[in-house]
Ligand binder design. Sequence first.
Ligand SMILES: Nc1ncnc2c1ncn2[C@@H]1O[C@H](COP(=O)(O)OP(=O)(O)O)[C@@H](O)[C@H]1O
Ligand SMILES: [Mg+2]
Length: 293
Amino acid sequence: MQDQAEQLRQMMRGRGGGNNGAAPVRNRTRIIAVSSGKGGVGKTNISTALAIAYAKIGKKVILLDADLGLANVNVVMGIIPKYNLYHLMERQRSIKEIILDTEYGVKIVAGASGFSKIANLGEEEREYFIEEMSQLSNADIVIVDTGAGVSDNVISFISAADDAVIVTTPEPTAITDAYSIIKIIAGEVDNSRLSIKLLVNRVQSVKQGKDVAGKIIGIAGQFLNLKVDYLGYVMEDPAVLNAVLRQRPFFDLSPSCKASECIRHIVGRLENIEYKEGSGVTSFLKRMFAKNG
Ligand SMILES: Nc1ncnc2c1ncn2[C@@H]1O[C@H](COP(=O)(O)OP(=O)(O)O)[C@@H](O)[C@H]1O
Ligand SMILES: [Mg+2]
C-alpha cells in the first residue's frame, strides 16, 4: 500500500515528468484528505466549504468525492452528475470526462455510492487509476472527502495526502473514533511527511473545541508519541442544515454565518502552517490564539 500511495502522491503532484529547464516549475498540488472515525460528523459539508473558500482566494481547486460508501458531495452541491468515479474505474470514461465544473468555482469528481472496488484494485487497474488521477495535478489544491473509518481505500487516500484533516464532534463516540483512526494512520502512514490535523465540528463554544482537541492531542502524544495539530473548530450552526436541505453549500448560501466564518479561519490556518517543515504545536497554538484574541 505504501508503494501505491507514493506513486499516487508523485503523480498527483505532477512530479512524474522531469523539468527540462525551459518550463517554469509549477507549484505543486497540495492534497488535503478530510476523514473521520465516525460517520455523519460533517466531512462532506466541511470539504465542500473548504474547497469553495480556497477557490475564493484564487486557488484552483478540485474536490474529489472518495467516499465510496456514502458519496454525497454532489448532493450537498445540488448537482446530478452524469458520470462519476464508477465510470472511471470501469474505464467507460476518462477523468477529464467525469470532472465537473460547478457554479461555485471549484471542480468536482463525483463519487460512486456503494462502490467499493477501489479498495481492491488489481495491479493493472491501480496503474490506470493513478494515471488518470495524475491529470488532476494542474490543481493547486485537491480536497479529498474520504469515507469514515478505516477501509483500505480511506487509508490509501490519507497516505497520498499532505494533510489529513480528521473531523470530530464533541460527542464521546466521535472522539473515541477520531482517536482510533489517528492510531491506525500512525501505524500505516509515514508520519514524518503527513501532517495530522484535528478539526472539531459542531461546537457550542471556542472552549469546547479546545477541550475536545486537547483530549485527543494529549492522548495521541502520550500513547502514540504522535504530533497532532489543532486546526480549529466549526460552530454548531443551523445555517448548515438549512443549506443541506436546499442542496446548496452553506459557505455559498450563508457566507457570513458562524460556520462560514470558522471555515475562513481554518483556510487561513492551513495556509499559514509550515506543514512541510513540521510546525511545533506550541508555535501553532501561539499563532492561533494571537489571531483569535
Ligand atoms: N457545523 C454544523 N452545524 C450544524 N449542523 C451540522 C454541522 N456540520 C454538520 N451538520 C449536520 O450534520 C449532517 C451530516 O454532515 P455531513 O457533512 O454529511 O457528514 P459526513 O460527510 O461526515 O457524513 C449535515 O447534514 C448537517 O445536518
Ligand atoms: Mg459525507
